[in-house]
Each structure stands twice: as C-alpha cells, then as structure tokens.
Design a protein around this ligand. Structure first.
Ligand code: FAD
Ligand code: UDP
Length: 400
C-alpha cells in the first residue's frame, strides 16, 4: 500500500481498475476485497487527513486512545463479517454496558430486570417483571413503541415509566423530536430486555474492541500492494457526473467506482440538502483514574448533552491517574459549514429526496453508492461491512 497526501501530478485514473471514494468501512472493505479477490488495482480517495472514516481513533496528547467521531463499539451477529474483520485485528473481550442517569440513579440500559427493581422497588419491580415474562417470554427484546401499544395496566405502567425516563428527553435532545415522531426502528435499537443480561447488545455473539484500535485495523485492511490511498483528496474536485458517464480528471472513467460519500454533495445539493443531525463532541481529560463506573452513561432526564463516554473503560487501556471523557451535544446539521453529518434523519420525505438523487446515478453501471452516507442510512459498522462485502461480490461476479 502506498499512502500519500494529495493527488500526485502523475496520478492516472486509467492505471486503476477501481476508484474508491472514502476510506471508512464501506470503502476500505471494498478496496481490500477487490484487490485480493479479483486482482484489481485500487485507488482510495479520502478527503480527510486520515483513514478509518468515523471509526477513526488516535492517542491524544495525554496518551489516551480516544474516538474522534464518537464512541464505537464493535458487535455483530454475523459470522462472515466477524471472520472477515478478524483477519485484520485481534479483539479484546470488552462487553459494552451503559447506565442511564435517571434523576441521579444509575440504571442499566437497555432497561432490564435490574432496572425494573431500581425503578419500582423490589416487590413491585418483581411483579412487573413476571408480567413481562408472562406476556413476551423470558430473554426477549421488546421495543418501547411495541410495549406502548399494550392495553394491560401493568404493562402501561412500565411503558410509561421507560418512555418518560429513558426515551423522551434523550430522544428530544438527540433528534429534536419525540420518540413517537421518529422512525420506530431507531428507538427499537435499544429495546427493553426481559432478562438479567445488562449488556448494551444483549445476546450478540461477537463483541469487543480491536485490540490496537480501529485505525490500526484499517491500516491492516488497506495494507495490500494493489491498494494506494490518497488522503486530503475530495473526489468532487476531480469527478464529473453526467447521465451516462463518470468523468475523472476530465476523462470518461471505464473502471469501477465505489462511492461512500453523500450523494447530494455530488450534485451541489441542487435538489436540497439531505437532512442530518450532527454532534458537538467535547473532550476533557481529568487527573483522576476513573470518572464513571461504565464506559457510557446516558443522561436521560437531565443535561444538554446526551451521554458521557470514558474511553479507558472501553478500550481497557491502563493509564494511571488520567482519564479522558467526552460529552455529546446534538444539534441540526448545516451542509457546507464544516460540521460532520452524523445521523441521517430517516422519514418518508427525506427518503424521497434521497431517491431523487439516487435515480441520477442509477444508469451509471460502474458507479456504486454504498455506506451510511451514500445510502443515507443508520448503519452499524458490521452492517456496512456486510453491504460492502456483498457489493464486492457483485462486482467480482460481473467481471468473472
Ligand atoms: P464513514 O465512516 O463516514 O466513511 C465515509 C468516508 O468517506 C469518510 O471518511 C469521508 O471523509 C469520506 N468521503 C465522503 N465524501 C468524500 C469525497 N467527496 N471525497 C473523498 N472522501 C469522501 N457503529 C457500530 O457498529 N458501533 C458503534 O458503537 C457505533 N457508534 C457510533 C457512534 C456515533 C456517534 C456515530 C455517528 C456512528 C456510530 N456507529 C457505530 C456507526 C459507524 O460510524 C458507521 O457504521 C461507519 O462509520 C460507516 O462507515 P462508512 O464507510 O459507511 O462511512
Ligand atoms: N435512546 C434513548 N435513550 C437511551 C438510549 C437510546 O432515548 O438511553 C434512543 C434515542 O432516540 C437514540 C436511539 O434510542 O437515538 C438509538 O440509541 P443508540 O444508543 O443505538 O444510538 P447511537 O449509539 O447510534 O447514537
């Protein structure tokens, strides 16, 4: 692999079988798969000054490994994805646990058996727990919006408590909308868990953190002699999209293009910008060994920020008497201001706008949008990896 900053004078698109835009999971996985399985020569263009997309981590001035774009915890149910990524890193056996600060009391989230006892007291909590088991079964996950549809008074009591104390205020901060107003799949990511498992991803068979960090994982992923990485290169400056062709540096490009950036940006937002939520992430390093009992505490009834992450608690890094924490302040995203578009706001209107942009590239047979930006989706790392592997297999099959 060659990694350089900027596009050299001698850069010739024709000397590559594929150009990948973006060095996050979507782009890096496709680059690796095509380079090693189909023998493609691949150029990866990344407009940031680093690889790894939003999973990028780095050691800060105080010597602590932190995640620049928010806490990333790897988990998957997919054996193929896990097998693929495990070629590029060893994992720690970290199991993510989150506590919600509910009026000063810390309770496990997803809301579980233990949370019920803390919220309702031992006797009532146990009664309500039995009711949940008799209704849904043990070790089941129930989205809050499902629970709220039930008519039983006990279930209404639980649903009202959890809706008000776990979801309402946090969701208002995160999305500027109530849980009823946003797509139910979003709150469904954190279902009530009828059981004692207090992990954030109960039942996920593969969980952990890359032992040497995500950036190191990406260095290994992109470390292939048929892959070149060009940092600080914005594809928009060298791409030109017409109805039937993509020109790169003014010449029609006949190779494959994997595009993992936002589609609206490619067209100068001419139909309007696809809406996102952004986050202002404020890091602070404290001269103490440990700030909070788990890696992430969600502030579900107070504060302007949504959560505090303490990185050492998730990476397992040992640094005595120092710890870095980070608070996330959500807000609306404005395109073209240098903010990072973190969360696509998924609703039918925005989906329609996305489809209008997507239609414009539909007839470009060598142009493949993939990933959280290019598909305008709420995507976990493992799901993006799955999509990138599937797309790679399609491209390989086409060339076979
Ligand atoms: P990205 O990582 O965004 O990569 C796209 C890349 O393309 C970027 O580096 C960008 O700079 C580059 N690019 C865009 N346009 C251009 C252009 N014109 N020219 C050149 N380069 C360009 N997932 C989990 O599984 N677990 C978690 O715990 C988790 N935590 C998260 C926390 C937060 C706060 C957020 C926002 C997301 C989290 N995710 C998590 C999701 C995870 O970040 C994504 O699944 C993953 O980053 C998607 O990879 P991607 O390649 O699609 O996009
Ligand atoms: N959520 C909430 N309270 C919590 C945790 C989550 O209201 O304590 C809601 C909120 O709307 C959030 C969504 O559930 O956006 C998904 O949460 P998740 O932790 O999966 O979000 P991410 O880690 O992707 O930011």
């Amino acid at each position: 692999m060659q990694t350089v900053s900027g596009l050299p004078e001698a850069f010739s698109p024709e000397s590559y079988d594929m150009i990948v835009v973006g060095a996050g999971y979507a782009g890096a996985v496709c680059a690796r798969r095509l380079a090693e399985t189909a023998g493609f020569r691949v150029a990866v263009l990344e407009r940031r000054d680093h690889i790894a997309g939003n999973a990028f981590d780095f050691v800060n001035d105080e010597g602590i490994l932190v995640h620049r774009y928010g806490p990333h915890i790897y988990h998957t149910y997919n054996e193929d994805v896990h097998g693929f990524l495990s070629r590029f890193t060893k994992w720690t056996d970290y199991q993510h646990r989150v506590l919600a600060d509910i009026d000063g009391t810390l309770m496990p989230v997803p809301f579980n058996h233990q949370s019920l006892l803390l919220a309702f007291g031992e006797t009532r909590g146990e009664e309500l727990y039995r009711k949940l088991i008799s209704t849904f079964g043990a070790d089941k996950k129930v989205p809050i919006m499902e629970l709220r549809k039930k008519n039983d008074p006990d279930l209404i009591e639980v649903a009202d408590y959890v809706y008000k104390n776990v979801f309402l205020f946090y969701t208002m901060k995160q999305w500027g909308q109530t849980p009823d107003e946003i797509d139910p799949s979003i709150t469904g990511r954190v279902p009530i868990y009828i059981g004692d498992d207090d992990r954030y991803f109960p039942q996920a068979p593969f969980q952990g953190m890359p032992r040497h960090g995500y950036t190191a994982l990406f260095e290994n992923l992109l470390d292939h002699d048929r892959i070149d990485v060009f940092l600080n290169v914005d594809a928009r400056e060298i791409f030109e999209i017409t109805e039937t062709t993509v020109k790169v540096l003014g010449r029609v490009y006949g190779g494959e293009i994997v595009y993992t950036g936002p589609l609206d940006e490619l067209f100068g937002l001419d139909l309007g910008a696809l809406p996102y939520r952004t986050l202002d992430m404020r890091f602070e390093t404290l001269d103490i060994d440990r700030f909070q009992p788990v890696a992430t505490v969600n502030y579900t009834t107070s504060e302007d920020f949504t959560r505090i992450t303490e990185f050492k608690n998730m990476t397992g890094q040992i640094v005595p008497d120092k710890t870095t924490i980070m608070r996330e302040y959500p807000g609306p995203y404005a395109a073209g201001t240098g903010q990072t578009p973190y969360y696509a706001i998924i609703d039918s209107k925005n989906r329609e706008l996305y489809e209008q942009y997507a239609e414009r590239v539909q007839n470009l047979t060598n142009f493949h949008p993939v990933g959280r930006l290019a598909e305008y989706r709420y995507y976990d790392m493992d799901a993006v990896t799955r999509s990138a592997l599937d797309l790679s297999d399609e491209i390989i099959a086409y060339h076979a």
